[in-house]
Design a protein around this ligand. Structure first.
Ligand SMILES: O=C(O)c1ccccc1N[C@@H]1O[C@H](COP(=O)(O)O)[C@@H](O)[C@H]1O
Length: 219
């Protein structure tokens, strides 16, 4: 299963989290976020990782293609997550401007079943969808879960990640109910915004192992 840990700010924590089993690390490139990191900070984290096999995803919201492309180049990102109100046309244009092979993830903040129909529309212009909880005042990192019942039949025909309020405590229930191909956690594994709690990350991977064993026993 793909496991993305988002809101990374510290080089030493990034290495520890990759060693624990994360397949992707996320960097918040949204200036209003308490987890914001500059392109140079991302570069320092990426250097500490020394080519470890982990995807490096920059998170952006309603910004320009130029700012995103610059972060990819300077930070050494392998993917970009669009967490604002980016249109289909914007995603398509960004795909033409990014270097070949850079992954585009589109986050959809889910309030109702109709948002899932909108999510499906993006599959032709992005590589991966990410479903997060809707919050009226915050873009992301809210610690709120979305209604997992809405996702029982969700099958967009492209890779996708479940996000929003996931924690070591609720991850087994989320996986059992939703069976997502990947997950994304931020505030559920941190001490304070941008400061990850390595004990919680270790607990997460322990719980994931139990879930995988449990699902394969049932199959
Ligand atoms: O984390 C932030 O501060 C943030 C700011 C702006 C856009 C997205 C942000 N984070 C994303 O939120 C989801 C879920 O976070 P949580 O697990 O509920 O805390 C995650 O995809 C982050 O990439």
């Amino acid at each position: 299963m793909r496991v993305k840990i988002c809101g990374i700010t510290k080089p030493e924590q990034s290495v520890a989290i990759a060693n624990l089993g994360a397949t992707a690390l996320g960097f918040i490139c949204v200036p209003s976020s308490p987890r914001y990191v500059t392109n140079l900070q991302i570069q320092q984290v990426v250097q500490a990782l020394k080519g470890m096999p982990v995807d490096l995803i920059g998170v952006f919201a309603s910004t320009t293609t130029e700012i995103i492309c610059q972060a990819v180049e300077v930070g050494g990102l392998t993917g970009v997550q669009l967490h604002g109100g980016e249109s289909l046309e914007f995603c398509d244009r960004l795909g033409q401007q990014l270097p070949e092979g850079v992954e585009i993830l589109k986050a959809i903040r889910v309030k109702a079943a109709t948002d899932l129909e909108q999510a499906r529309d993006y599959r032709t212009v992005v590589d991966t969808l990410l479903l997060d909880a809707y919050h009226p005042g915050l873009l992301g990192g809210t610690g709120q879960t979305l209604d997992w019942n809405l996702l029982r039949e969700f099958n967009p025909g492209c890779p996708w990640l479940l996000a929003g309020g996931l924690t070591p405590e609720n991850i087994q229930e989320a996986i059992a109910q939703v069976k997502p191909p990947g997950i994304d956690l931020s505030s559920g594994v941190e001490r304070s915004p941008g400061d990850k709690d390595l004990a919680k990350v270790a607990e997460l991977f322990f719980k994931l192992k139990l879930s995988v064993n449990c699902l394969s026993e049932r199959a």
